[in-house]
Design a protein around this ligand. Structure first.
Ligand code: ATP
Ligand code: MG
Ligand code: MG
Ligand code: MG
Length: 474
């Protein structure tokens, strides 16, 4: 079953059950400066869950474009290494706005996976929040799931929130058993299940969120006007399962992109090698870059634009590792437009913009990357180990355009670490200098948006605020 068929069957199934089919919203949340990108299907409905807006139907179904790079849900570092994480992906979701609740939600999910798609129920594992007796009972008594295939987990996995504030609630997830033939379907205990979820032997397919609370800035949870349902299933993961692929990357969604990388690089794709990781990073990042540009994000040194720039530069660095010294990602972006332009016409409409911008960014970074890599070699020689000082990481950023997380990633690959706090201090010092310069010259600074976690690093959480100086230098 192709990914396009899965997407359509999902929309059709829920339409038959009274859900209004809605188009994907933009990756840039329309009214939410606290959120970098749309990172789940519920984001466009946030105000509806809060009771602030009303739609003309109490049930909706979507296939929503999502990006998880930067912010609370950040999967950037995972990409290429795991079989199931992307920066850009499509989330299939059904929603109830104060209409049905847990009982129908679990029935729908099971009916779709087992009834419609024909997944083997023996290979499904269900998790519930450890306090949610009601959900567990529904799965056992109403759906008929074997209690041995149900695990109670804590907040980390089974309490969902879009961000630190906003709608949230306990959830229940459906996981699929990908263990080797012979082992699969056999009962496991809870600890083994958790262990195997981490390495991908169980893959999380679908999250059913029982939306009940609105968390405020103090962390206090207020009950929502009406309990609601928000679900999300990764299209790429469903495609992998239904196509019997060992990875999302080996489905019809990614194969044309990997083929294009192979063509440009001039060597076939190999799954198991380090080069394979680079191919996958290029295929993944091309999708994120294409869709972010199409939704109006432009590479820059602050906020959303900075995340886009980091994704672009990470891709260029991987192309460099593959021996490329000329723009590469732009060719893969072109394949994304060709492969997905029917479903997402915005890609076709902005085709020239996507290609020109990607190429320009690649050329810009390629012109400095060599100097940066040389400097990096001096700072963190292979075979050694230690910490790259914060001010050196800052120079790599400021002079050669290496985002902090790129430096961190390269360091980690050879057993080095980076003093991220020192980087943050050096950055802050430079911002202070620039503010003082501007104050002295009487230039008025535009206020920028504030985003937490722009750097992808836990340590440096301050944000760029209208800082024009960096932009001019990189
Ligand atoms: P995981 O534990 O695998 O990181 P998650 O619990 O963070 O997933 P949710 O926030 O529950 O994911 O999102 C709902 C669904 O979206 C997941 O069950 C999965 O199918 C899909 N999904 C989440 N993150 C990604 C990603 N980075 N790439 C592709 N699909 C994803
Ligand atoms: Mg995750
Ligand atoms: Mg999870
Ligand atoms: Mg989840």
């Amino acid at each position: 079953m192709t990914a396009a068929e899965i997407r359509q069957r999902f929309l059709d199934f829920f339409a038959e059950h009274g859900h209004r089919v809605r188009p994907s919203a933009s990756l840039v949340p329309s009214d939410d400066p606290t959120l970098l990108f749309t990172n789940a299907g519920m984001v466009p409905f946030k105000r509806v869950f809060l009771g602030l807006d009303e739609l003309d139907s109490k049930r909706a179904v979507t296939s929503q474009k999502c990006v998880r790079a930067g912010g609370k849900h950040n999967d950037l570092e995972e990409v290429g290494k795991t079989t199931r994480h992307h920066t850009f992906f499509e989330m299939l979701g059904n929603f109830s706005f104060g209409d049905y609740f847990k009982s129908e939600a679990v029935d729908f999910a099971w009916a779709f996976l087992v009834g419609e798609l024909g997944l083997d129920p023996e290979r499904l594992v269900v998790t519930v929040h450890h306090t949610d007796d009601e959900a567990e009972k529904l799965w056992i008594e109403q759906v008929g799931v074997d209690p041995a295939r149900i695990f109670r987990l804590g907040d980390k996995d089974n309490f969902w929130q879009m961000a630190d504030t906003g709608p949230c609630g306990p959830c229940s997830e459906l996981h699929y058993d990908l263990r080797p033939e012979g082992e699969r379907g056999r009962p496991v205990d809870r600890d083994r299940f958790i262990e195997m979820s981490e390495d991908g032997r169980f893959v999380e397919l679908w999250n059913l969120v029982f939306m009940q609370f609105d968390r405020d800035a103090e962390g206090v949870m207020h009950p929502l006007p009406a309990p609601s349902i928000d679900t999300g299933a990764g299209l790429e993961r469903l495609a992998a399962v239904l196509q019997g692929a060992d990875s999302n990357f080996h489905t019809d969604l990614f194969e044309p992109l990997l083929a294009r990388v192979a063509e440009v690089v001039g060597r076939p794709y190999e799954r198991e090698t380090d080069a394979g990781v680079s191919y996958r990073v290029l295929a993944d990042h091309a999708r994120a870059v294409a869709f972010l540009l199409a939704d109006g994000v432009f590479p820059s040194n602050e906020g959303r634009g900075y995340v886009l720039r980091r994704i672009l530069r990470r891709a260029v660095r991987h192309a460099w590792l593959l021996g490329r010294r000329e723009p590469t990602l732009v060719h893969v972006v072109e394949s994304v437009i060709d492969a997905m332009g029917d479903t997402y016409p915005e890609l076709r409409q902005r085709r020239e913009h996507l290609l020109t911008t990607t190429r320009a960014e690649e050329e810009r970074f390629l012109s400095t990357i060599e100097g940066g890599l040389d400097r990096f070699e001096e700072l963190a020689p292979a075979g050694g180990t230690g910490t790259i000082p914060g001010d050196e990481a800052f120079r790599l950023y400021d002079t050669f355009g290496f985002p902090l997380d790129l430096t961190e990633l390269m360091a980690e690959e050879r057993g080095w670490t980076v003093d991220a706090k020192g980087f943050a201090r050096a950055l802050e010092a430079q911002r202070e200098r620039s503010r003082a310069d501007r104050a002295a010259s009487g230039v008025v600074v535009e206020g920028g948006e504030t985003f937490e976690g722009w750097s992808g690093s836990e340590h440096a959480t301050q944000s760029f605020v209208g800082y024009a100086g960096v932009e001019a230098r990189s």
